[in-house]
Write a protein that binds this ligand. Sequence first.
Ligand code: SF4
Length: 576
Amino acid sequence: MKVILAQSAGFCKGVRRAMAKVLEQSGQAERPVYTDGPLIHNPQTIDILSRRGVKMLSEQDQPASGDTVFIRTHGVTPERRQEIMELGVQVCDATCPDVAKIQGLIRMHRRSGYLVVIVGDKNHAEVIGLAGYAGESGRVVGRAEEVSGLQDAEKICVVAQSTLDRSVYDQVAEAVKARFREVKVLDTICPSTYRRQDELRELSRSVDAVVVVGGKNSANTRHLVEISQGCGTPTFHVETAVEIDEMQLKSFHTVAVTAGASTPNWILMQVVDRLKMIDPQGTPAVFRWLKMIGRFVITSNLYIAVGAALLCHANSRLIGISLDWISYSIAFFYILSAHLTSRFTAEGLLELKKSRRGLVFDMEAKFFVWLAGFSASAALILAGLEGPVPFSIMLALIALGLLYRIDIPQLRLPFLGKKSVLHLIPASKDLFMGLGWSFVTVIFPCLLENYSFSSPALYLTFVSTFLLVIIRSLFFDIRDIQGDLILGRETLPTIIGTRGTKVLVLSLTIAYGLLMSAGSAFGWLSGLGYLMLALSAYICLYILLYHKKIIRREIPVEVTGDTQFILAGVLALLHG
Ligand code: SF4
């Protein structure tokens, strides 16, 4: 199935801002954090927030003095704000600035003697809040037909709920203008909403069906559904990938996917990937099988394991040694087991919730546990064939990998406070993975070939391999930043931001290219070092493609990142 993902789908700036505020506060605060009602209209995100200790105010759950209470993205009435402040709590305002702007406009026009007509859903939290600012001078209307019921007034000011369908607003505004003399219509639909709606109108004309992802209680998501249905396109509203009905969608060849302003990226991407798995009726069996095999190779980590074997070859050519099949096989099996094992840790289980691989792992968990055990054993047996020293080193590597992920009180680092567990140290997974790769693709082969450990070539390839692995990990961390923030997982992008991480990735890529070419220029590495500049160029290219949103979905991002290791091996084979 061809899936077109709307550029505007996903968190809007107001939701992003509110989430960032709440997550920052909940990560730092010693005391409980509350929200006054649901922070945003997305049940899955609210569920994760509650598991992170962010509670919703209720009769049973009242805050104590000194706790923090967040005002929801949709805003509240001035009276409600006063009530919260009187609780003696620390009040944090997560009202979207676009909603706050409408509140300000209403207050200003009310003071100037206008009757304020608010167009929207009278039961929606934002409209309830806006009506509070209008007070006695406010009226809420949902449709043009309701305008005739408005009282007479000299001056009328019309505002819209920020997420209203523009065509509904235009109809009501026209009806008000037709009935009253002095009418001021303010354009208060937020830019994020109308961009999303306009793009959907365009898209729904060129596809067979539309899937809208978002909370069933989200007004802006429901408006998207109505807009798409209004265009005459078959439309499906789902909250998560689990709700996708394959039988219903099988008959469509091209499907557009959009999402409400409060839909997190990882849910959106799971829906897209689930749709991609559906083969429309009439797809040839050969094509279906090829697709299935391709997916399996990527999601099972076989692709990256092949990349490890090829990188091992590239490193041996850079250093100038010849390897036998055992070195390649050890690299293949060790990396396969390391990447599979990382999926079965506590941290990994959380990570599964936001990844396409998560769906596959959930379905085939037993098989992947078996595969991880088998590949670790294979790496160990192969190392054992080379003697007791390689066997002991491999055993230590596998044991260290497991110990890293298990919380053993004796191994805690108390001076790190909350993060005393090894795998909770920010970016530690990336560092350990980088060291593991460098070890099995550089140190281990050199050890087996009795290569001199005083050679600069060995250290150059060790560092360059480490850089390649870190670049790949940071690239994936940039992609996962939204899920990591929500799950409270600290990675470099969550600490220094996406922009800073992109700059770092580019700097490391340039450093890699310089290291390789300088190594060749000084005669420490073979001429292959110059050819590796093509690898730097490839990495810059995929970062640019990601930045331009040309590659966004999980599988293409993973393939693009993992291909750098394959490319290193291919360049080595070309170099001879
Ligand atoms: S949809 Fe618009 S008004 Fe609503 S939270 Fe997002 S940016 Fe703010």
